[in-house]
Design a protein around this ligand. Structure first.
Ligand SMILES: NC(=O)c1ccc[n+]([C@@H]2O[C@H](COP(=O)([O-])OP(=O)(O)OC[C@H]3O[C@@H](n4cnc5c(N)ncnc54)[C@H](OP(=O)(O)O)[C@@H]3O)[C@@H](O)[C@H]2O)c1
Length: 309
């Protein structure tokens, strides 16, 4: 396993992170087994969020069932996505009151006294950076949160927040996979007249690189917005052939190659893997066993149907 130095605390956190969005059906014992499987492979990081249904509660029960387990992992949660009380949809809330309340609820559900990292989950149009900064400072002073970050935010949002925070923004959690590449597409097509040249995110990867932030890639095996897995998907036949070829060359799996591809970007990268199976956790950890060549990286990109100028 490889590790990055995370946030102001420079905590040693694994590049592969266990994402706990899909553990609805799991018993606390099974959740604890998944975490221990990750630890056996060197994965010391766990990501959750209150909007992931019973995820935080199950993690809390898993920690309670296995004494000492909580202290062996770096634990991250998020906040700010709330079910609307009247409209059948979620809305976003980064108010001071909600931040404080959400963290207390998360700590109670997770059965812990602190989280190692807290992310603002999806941008709230009504967010006031001074209010967020006040909440974060109080949470930090109380020892409830050690590092802070964002998710799905563009550089303008991050830079405004950074202006008011007394500590650096540690991470941005964004969607990246071989089949979901708008950030790379815009980069390659800079100064072109085609649609791929449209930069919708304002240079997130570049901002994170320049500010020494971790880029946490979510849904590293999915296409579209929760479109499904591209591995063994006939719509991505050429991509699967390329992954197979590279996997054979390195005596590994397509899963490991797909994750290696995401981690190859030269920033402080992390890949969040959402599998609920120990075998696939082991395959994911193997993504860190070697570094993809440039030729392999471009082979994956092109085989996924993307074009270069
Ligand atoms: N910040 C955000 O907005 C945001 C949004 C979404 C997710 N996230 C985070 O990112 C984490 C990962 O997201 P994700 O779960 O979408 O990631 P993912 O790892 O791309 O997808 C995991 C899903 O793919 C399935 N899978 C894996 N390998 C497979 C294969 N070879 N064939 C068929 N199915 C396969 C898994 O099934 P099995 O369980 O059966 O292996 C699981 O259902 C989440 O847990 C969450 O922590 C963050």
């Amino acid at each position: 396993m490889r590790y990055i130095e995370f946030g102001a605390n420079k905590t040693k956190v694994s590049e592969v992170v266990l994402g706990m969005m899909r553990i609805w059906e799991k018993t606390p014992d099974e959740v604890a087994d998944l975490i221990e499987c990750g630890l056996d492979c060197g994965i010391n990081a766990v990501d959750t969020a209150p909007i992931y249904g019973p995820s935080e509660g199950k993690l809390g029960e898993a920690f309670a069932a296995r004494p000492g387990l909580r202290d062996r992992v770096w634990l991250q949660t998020k906040l700010g996505i709330r079910p609307h009380p009247r409209v059948k949809a979620n809305y976003f809330d980064f108010s001071y009151e909600h931040i404080m309340e959400s963290v207390d609820n998360s700590l109670r559900a997770l059965q812990t006294d602190h989280v190692d990292s807290l992310l603002l989950h999806r941008p709230d149009a009504l967010m006031v950076p001074e209010d967020i900064a006040r909440a974060f400072e109080e949470l930090h002073a109380a020892g409830k949160v050690l590092d802070f970050g964002v998710s799905n935010q563009n550089p303008a949002m991050m830079s405004r927040l950074a202006h008011y925070l007394p500590f650096p923004i540690a991470a941005n959690q964004v969607q990246i996979s071989a089949a979901f590449t708008p950030m790379f597409d815009a980069f390659f097509n800079a100064n072109m007249e085609n649609d791929a040249a449209v930069m919708r995110d304002g240079g997130i990867l570049e901002y994170c690189y320049d500010h020494d932030m971790a880029v946490q890639a979510w849904s590293v095996l999915q296409h579209g917005y929760f479109g499904g897995v591209f591995l063994d998907n006939p719509d991505y036949a050429e991509l699967n052939e390329a992954l197979e070829r590279i996997a054979a060359d390195h005596d590994t799996t397509k899963t490991a190659v797909a994750i290696n591809w995401v981690l190859r970007y030269p920033a402080k990268m992390q890949a969040l893997v959402g599998t609920t199976r120990p075998e696939r956790i082991r395959q994911s950890a193997a993504a860190c066993d070697w570094e993809m060549t440039r030729e392999e990286w471009y082979e994956v990109y092109l085989s996924a149907g993307h074009q270069l100028p």
